[in-house]
Design a protein around this ligand. Structure first.
Ligand code: NAP
Length: 288
């Protein structure tokens, strides 16, 4: 079997646990092929307690790697430098190894905004409801405020939403933030962003807000990409809302990571349209 892997092949990876269902190897290996790079991207299952001992191997053998659950914050003490977005979000999803140094980035915000831009959604001065106050919600909140949205954050655990609000006010100097409990929402919004796992395994049958709230809203952006259409998005479609799933976020955070690793901001994103469509079809088929 000819894998195309040679002695010169550059190594990239995603580290996390679990890692078996990651789409990142599929996306990155296709991008490397399109760009004719002598490079390969592999999944590395690294348990939390083994992160520290994995660092020398990552530093010495890899050109770069992605970081996913549970290491997005835990990797930070091992880094030599961090870019402004990663500092702001307090989490890292991409590391470039440069001259033996580990440099941390976060490309999730870029992917999140791409999802809105691709659908032509403008949110300046518009009321937006963000569901969740975890890692993904934090990234979304910073980006939504940057775009001028009037933000309400709803979470089951209200203290967590309050903590996020305080950090946002401190960092973004924004007064346009409300918080509430998830079960208190009863009005519609121009846009609702779901940054909770309600809708994905093992919560496939859950919707994070009522049907009435969905019906009164215009755009529903679910950060979940598997299933391709969550119950939330299926209901939103029935009521004629614009729906966006998490695949564009996943794909474009990967594209931004490639730009960082290859030090080429000029990578033409149009080159990857066929990869985007190919993987989207697989995802859609898998979740039927
Ligand atoms: P996280 O840090 O664990 O945060 C989870 C958040 O969801 C918390 O606010 C939690 O509320 C809430 N929550 C958990 N289970 C819930 C349920 N059954 N009903 C309602 N709320 C619930 O997770 P995360 O990393 O932010 O990920 C959140 C979602 O975003 C996941 O579905 C993930 O797949 C998706 N995501 C997508 C992308 C992408 O590229 N498309 C990237 C990152 C994440 P409490 O505080 O009350 O527990």
């Amino acid at each position: 079997m000819n894998t195309g892997i040679k002695g010169t092949t550059k190594l990239y990876a995603v580290i996390g646990n679990p890692i078996e269902h990651s789409f990142s190897p599929m996306i990155h290996n296709r991008i490397f092929k399109t760009l004719r790079q002598d490079a390969v991207y592999i999944p590395l299952k690294i348990e939390e307690e083994h992160l520290a001992e994995s660092i020398p191997m990552l530093r010495n053998c890899f050109e770069g790697f992605n970081v996913t659950i549970p290491h997005k914050q835990k990797i930070i003490p091992y880094l030599d430098e961090m870019d402004a977005d990663a500092e702001r979000y307090g989490a890292v999803n991409t590391v470039k190894v440069k001259d033996g140094k580990l440099i941390g980035y976060n490309t999730d915000g870029y992917g999140f905004i791409k999802g809105l831009e691709m659908e032509g959604v403008l949110l300046k001065d518009q009321p937006v409801l963000l569901l969740g106050a975890g890692g993904a919600a934090r990234v979304a909140a910073f980006e939504l405020l940057q775009k001028g949205a009037l933000l309400t954050i709803a979470n089951r655990n209200i203290q967590r939403a309050q903590k996020l609000k305080e950090e946002l006010i401190q960092n973004e100097n924004s007064s346009k933030i409300e918080i509430c409990r998830l079960d208190e929402i009863n009005q519609g919004y121009v846009c609702i962003v779901n940054a909770t796992p309600a809708g994905m395994s093992p919560y496939e049958e859950e919707i994070p807000v009522s049907v009435e709230v969905i019906r009164k809203s215009r755009v529903i952006y679910d950060l979940i990409y598997n299933p391709y259409r969550t119950k939330l998005l299926q209901i939103a479609q029935q009521y004629g809302c614009k729906v966006i799933n998490g695949f564009s976020m996943l794909f474009y955070q990967a594209v931004k990571a490639q730009k960082i690793w290859l030090e080429s901001q000029k990578i033409e994103e149009e080159n990857f349209q066929s990869i985007y469509q190919e993987i989207e079809i697989l995802l859609r088929r898998d979740s039927q």
